[in-house]
Design a protein around this ligand. Structure first.
Ligand SMILES: CC(=O)SCCNC(=O)CCNC(=O)[C@H](O)C(C)(C)COP(=O)(O)OP(=O)(O)OC[C@H]1O[C@@H](n2cnc3c(N)ncnc32)[C@H](O)[C@@H]1OP(=O)(O)O
Length: 474
């Protein structure tokens, strides 16, 4: 029980009072001074109960505070007290409700805007008094005062206890999946379409609910996939009735259900943080590859395959993009070389490179990494030089063979690609202008992308060594 330093009895002329944004009990009568006093005490009560409610639900901060209530236009808090308890009486429970404008999915998966929709926002009964019917008492008082019915209330991230409470006292079981944190129960929309699937009406049609899955032909279902409704009992009932039907039909249904279960990539647990909602297609993509381990069941390998497919598609797209870039560069180079009598697409590297120290394998641009070593060998040859004629991708099947790109960054007399040190390293030797001597190896190599070569500083020809990593894409 929650006791206070002041006597709560004047604030609670009856066990349950209602408090709105003026922070005064609805029963309050008094002058200005009494009004201020009551407001102050009521704020303390609300803050304390809100805090306990948050702790009880494991929330970081309270959903309910006096300040929030003061700022709200359409929220009401119901407080339950035991004026007999202790010396000053004790407050036992809190129920905050309000109306909200919500975009919600109906039972067909269509989006609907619900204005001033009744919502249960916070509910708490002190631990020492739970499961004694006090919550029901508080809730019933609220329903009478607000003229609401439970099935028409959306519930903001209900806890397991509240779900149990609503199931027990109001028979609310079957939820309508939502993309937000609110939980709705079938019958919420109350129109004819919604009633088709209501547990109070006839059995749900198989197209709409199968094995607790919410399945429609709507765009939402197509986008999000089938969604878990959390009702095992309906399945048992349905299948019980069909016990006398043919075994084959039953097996077909089971196969269909197994296939549908594979569609589920996210089954939210019911709870304050896990209100049932449609599956997220982006999450499905992201987790497709790894979902199999955590989910169990039969959908794991299918999801993993899908993840591989997506990875393949991504790789293909990347390859296509690279080819397009490469083709474009080759095309431009061909255009540039058109006036030449010999349409040699690639000039001999020796003609343009003036190596300061001619290493045996340094005269061609670093060959790109290819998938097949044999293919690479057939093109580059033992001396790792390009053949006299240029092979196209159609000849080689090599998607990443980028002579054209090599041309685009073709070494000039001021550059050299030195392949001796490491396959994935290159050394750029930059010719310094004459007379511009440097005293320290790092003096003017301040470019963050470059690192000074381990050989350090100037070569004997006056080149300054820079190392850089190849871009793997090329
Ligand atoms: C939108 C929101 O506010 S979500 C947050 C809801 N609040 C909380 O989870 C805070 C902790 N829980 C509570 O404060 C209370 O349990 C309430 C408010 C949910 C219900 O108040 P109570 O006074 O216990 O309800 P009441 O006695 O009328 O009904 C009892 C039924 O509630 C459910 N319930 C209550 N306590 C529990 C519990 N500890 N575990 C599981 N179910 C519970 C059960 O269905 C229970 O019936 P049962 O005892 O036959 O199993």
């Amino acid at each position: 029980m929650v006791e206070f330093r002041f006597d709560i009895k004047p604030l609670f002329p009856q066990p349950i009072i209602k408090v709105a944004s003026n922070l005064l009990p609805h029963t309050f009568r008094g002058d200005r001074r009494q009004c201020l006093d009551a407001t102050s005490k009521m704020s303390e009560i609300i803050d304390r109960l809100g805090q306990l409610s948050a702790i009880s639900q494991g929330l970081n901060k309270p959903v309910t505070t006096a300040q929030r209530l003061r700022m709200s236009e359409n929220q009401t808090i119901y407080l339950l007290a035991d004026t007999e308890a202790g010396h000053n009486g004790a407050v036992i429970g809190l129920l905050k409700v309000g109306t909200k404008d919500l975009y919600l999915f109906d039972e067909k998966g269509q989006t609907r805007k619900m204005e001033q929709s009744p919502s249960i926002l916070d509910f708490y009964v002190h631990e020492s008094r739970q499961r004694a019917g006090l919550g029901k008492r508080l809730f019933e008082t609220m329903l009478n005062e607000e003229h609401w019915t439970p099935v028409k209330c959306s519930v903001d991230r209900p806890s397991e206890k509240l779900l149990g409470f609503l199931r027990k006292h109001y028979g609310l079981v079957r939820t309508i999946p939502q993309a937000n944190n609110f939980v709705l129960y079938e019958g919420f929309f109350g129109d004819e379409a919604s009633q088709n699937g209501s547990r109070n009406g006839h059995a749900a049609s198989p197209e709409r609910t199968k094995n607790g899955l919410h399945i429609t032909d709507s765009p939402n279902t197509q986008l999000f996939g089938a969604t878990y409704l959390g009702d095992e009992t309906s399945k048992q009932k349905r299948f019980g009735r069909r016990g006398s039907e043919s075994q084959q039909h039953h097996q077909q249904q089971q196969q269909q259900q197994a296939a549908l279960l594979q569609q589920i990539t996210q089954i939210s647990p019911n709870g304050r943080y896990g209100a049932p909602r449609p599956t997220c297609s982006m999450a499905e993509i992201i987790h497709a590859g790894s979902a199999s381990s955590g989910k169990g069941g039969g959908g794991g390998s299918a999801e993993s395959n899908r993840g591989n497919e997506i990875a393949d598609i991504a790789e293909q797209l990347q390859m296509q993009h690279l080819q397009a870039v490469e083709n474009h560069i080759e095309y431009e180079l061909e255009q540039e070389q058109e006036p030449e009598p010999e349409p040699e697409p690639e000039p001999e590297p020796e003609e343009v490179i003036t190596p300061p120290t001619p290493p045996p394998k340094s005269k061609t641009p670093t060959p790109p990494k290819v998938r097949s070593p044999e293919a690479a060998e057939s093109i580059i040859g033992d001396n790792r030089r390009a053949p006299a004629f240029q092979l196209s991708k159609q000849h080689t099947g090599m998607k990443n063979r980028s002579f054209g790109v090599g041309m685009a960054v073709m070494p000039t007399g001021k550059m050299e690609f030195n392949q001796e040190e490491r396959e994935d390293f290159g050394v750029v030797k930059i010719n310094r202008p004459l007379g511009n001597e440097i005293t320290s190896p790092v003096q003017d190599n301040t470019d963050a992308m470059s690192t000074v070569s381990s050989t350090g500083g100037l070569t004997d020809q006056g080149y300054n060594d820079l190392k850089f990593y190849h871009n793997k894409l090329w």
